[in-house]
Design a protein around this ligand. Structure first.
Ligand code: ZN
Length: 154
């Protein structure tokens, strides 16, 4: 693991991030996912493969696998934990709200609570080079949904 460079982070945020890194939720390789997207961050060699199984238009299961720095893997764990039961539209809204927070904008509707544990990653904003690490899983989510919708409309 890469060193966790955030000694000055708020203790609570650091605890949440490290907990998701060490005890990652939904870290699995799903068989026959409806959506799968492999996203890579060359800056620190992070990889997240995000997978989703749908049922009646909603996300039934979300999982990920990959490797990389604590931020990228914790973020994938936090994000996949928020997806079950959401429509693809809802999942996109979550990714957009998260990106807004990471870039210092208020999410649409100003609803930070809707981001769940992802809120802890706002501490990473102070390290601009690591923002891509934090966003990696949500980029995979948005690209994966885009790919799924494009293929379906063919
Ligand atoms: Zn990283």
């Amino acid at each position: 693991m890469q060193e966790f460079p955030f000694d000055e982070l708020d203790d609570l945020y650091q605890k949440i991030i490290l907990d998701h890194y060490r005890n990652a939720r939904n870290k699995t390789n799903l068989a026959h996912p409806d959506i799968e997207y492999d996203e890579f961050n060359p800056i620190c060699g992070d990889q997240v493969v995000l997978q989703i199984k749908l049922n009646a238009g909603r996300i039934a299961v979300a999982g990920f696998h990959g490797e990389g720095c604590a931020i990228s893997q914790a973020s994938a764990s936090m994000l996949t934990d928020m997806l079950e039961g959401k429509t693809l539209e809802g999942a996109k809204g979550l990714a957009e709200g998260f990106r807004d927070m990471m870039y210092g904008r208020s999410p649409e509707g100003g609803d930070l609570a809707a981001l769940g544990d992802l809120q802890a990653l706002k501490a990473v904003r102070r390290f601009p080079v690591r923002i891509k690490c934090a966003l990696l899983a949500s980029i995979a989510l948005e690209e994966g949904i885009e790919q799924f919708l494009t293929e379906r409309s063919k």
